[in-house]
Design a protein around this ligand. Structure first.
Ligand code: F6P
Length: 486
């Protein structure tokens, strides 16, 4: 198994004198003002938690947007601060955006154009020339932050996600000796969808500045090849998984991200298994079955469909009434975007409706929090839950799914997983559903709660074997190897 130690050695041996930079929009730690002074905290889970681990193991410079209200007070004159707070193994370099840049680059082009364009969820992307011009401007700002740090040494830059699609080309155009690997964490749409984007060509050529582009699923890579073939004049060699554009070759392959197997097992070991008892006490109920879900409040996550499944499950299998609760951790996300505000309201209204329909004595089936919880608390929920519901309508990967399978009790926990989540490929022994099929979802919840302990164990063991092998360090090693050598 590739672990942090091997990864560290791999970096030393293979990057040699190349300095290593990771560039992404979201920072792993923020500084905020409090009544007792400045506090540093970890930003809630997501892909940046993986990149934080990669940076710790490799001493990379991590370049990201400074988003905490005290971020600027703790950085040096290069906008850098040593992180993580205790071990300080790498430098976080913050890029500060103006309110206008944030509005147009992050809330605008990234999350109202590229995000809905890339996810097959029937939310119409908006195309706005002002957002696009800020998207270019902010991408250039990230590039400048990297170039500021480059000395005369060659470099390796890991570009992360859809916020920074133009960075690879901009870096290549700088003429420096840089190996560029890009990971696109969200789905890549079909040609018929992608072609409506007025800046389709610029996005593609921006990405093709990379030496390697990784996607989570094979069909995301296939869609990308098709878009390139039909939109720009490039040489596409499908058998080599390679695209040559203006004499520069880019490899494009699927490479699903893994999780930190060891770290999760350690947190799990300390997590108590008394949560159900505590919840019963707190809520004044006597529940036997606990279901959990952990998602940003985002319209791609299939939350309305999930609550409809719970409704149908309680209707069709009434023996679970008063014995089952669903605990949803669903922090607000991107709330300046109207579609997110409307979605959050529709979701919470539906929860109220279902709770009213079934409420009996002191029991209601659905309990939610819109706060994000610390990682050890989330893992405690996973460990105690009989079932985890992961029902996105479309999703690049979904780390929650992988984390739950590893954190649950082997003979007790079972995952119900959307086959449209990238993680479904590695978690084939989960209870796979089409999230639009409410009846199937309701039956899968029943199945998860009624199959034998032996069957749960068999399924969980098979999935954990994959999670152990294809862990985060294996993923990062392969990503770097492909960028350097292929
Ligand atoms: O899945 C794509 C992604 O950008 C991840 O990188 C990240 O974890 C998640 O969405 C959260 O997005 P945001 O940074 O907008 O909160």
């Amino acid at each position: 198994m590739t672990n942090i130690k091997n990864f560290h050695k791999f970096i030393k041996k293979n990057l040699k004198d190349r300095s290593f930079y990771i560039v992404t929009n979201r920072e792993p730690y923020i500084h905020t003002k409090t009544s007792t002074g400045i506090k540093v905290s970890k930003t809630a889970g997501g892909v940046h938690t993986l990149l934080d681990l990669v940076a710790q193991a490799s001493n990379a410079v991590y370049i990201a947007q400074g988003s905490g209200n005290a971020d600027k007070y703790v950085v040096n004159k290069h906008n850098m601060v040593a992180m993580p707070p205790i071990t300080k193994t790498y430098f976080l370099k913050r890029v500060f955006l103006s309110k206008k840049e944030l509005e147009n680059f992050y809330y605008g082009f990234s999350n109202q154009t590229l995000w809905p364009l890339s996810h097959a969820v029937f939310v119409k992307p908006e195309f706005n020339a002002v957002w696009w011009s800020y998207y270019q401007q902010v991408n250039q700002k990230f590039v400048n932050a990297i170039l500021e740090e480059l000395d005369h040494k060659p470099a390796f830059v890991w570009v992360n996600d859809y916020h920074l699609a133009l960075v690879p080309k901009m870096l290549r155009d700088s003429g420096k000796d840089i190996k560029i690997g890009t990971f696109w964490h969200i789905p890549w749409p079909t040609f018929e969808i992608f072609r409506v984007n007025p800046w389709a060509k610029e996005i593609l050529t921006g990405l093709l500045g990379s030496d390697f582009i990784g996607f989570h699923r094979g069909y995301h890579a296939q869609n990308f090849f098709q878009c390139v073939q039909r939109i720009i004049e490039a040489q596409v060699e499908l058998d080599q998984s390679q695209i040559t554009y203006k004499e520069h070759a880019t490899k494009v392959e699927p490479l699903a991200a893994g999780i930190d197997y060891q770290e999760i097992l350690e947190i799990k070991q300390d997590a108590k298994i008394t949560l159900k008892k505590n919840l019963n006490k707190e809520l004044g109920v006597n529940i036997k079955y606990l279901a959990v879900g952990v998602d940003r409040l985002d319209y791609t996550k299939g939350l309305l469909e999930r609550f409809k499944m719970i409704d149908r499950f309680l209707e069709k299998y009434p023996q679970f009434q008063e014995k089952f609760i669903y605990y949803g951790i669903m922090p607000f996300s991107r709330t300046h975007i109207p579609a997110y505000r409307t979605y959050a309201k529709t979701v919470t209204d539906l929860c109220d409706k279902i709770n009213w329909k079934y409420s009996k004595n002191d029991w209601t089936p659905i309990h939610i929090t819109t706060e994000s919880l610390p990682r050890n608390k989330v893992i405690t929920y996973y460990k105690n839950a009989d079932v985890c519901l992961v029902t996105p309508l479309d999703d690049g990967l979904n780390l929650v799914a992988k984390e739950y399978v590893l954190s649950c009790e082997e003979k007790k926990g079972m995952i119900v997983l959307s086959k449209f989540a990238g993680a479904a490929n590695d978690l084939r022994h989960s209870l796979l559903i089409n999230p639009y099929n409410i009846e199937q979802g309701a039956d899968a919840i029943n199945q998860a709660l009624t199959i034998s302990e032996q069957e749960k164990r068999d399924r969980n063991i098979k999935m954990r074997k994959e999670l152990k092998e294809k862990n985060i360090y294996q993923w990062a090693t392969t990503f770097i190897e492909k960028t350097l050598y292929e």
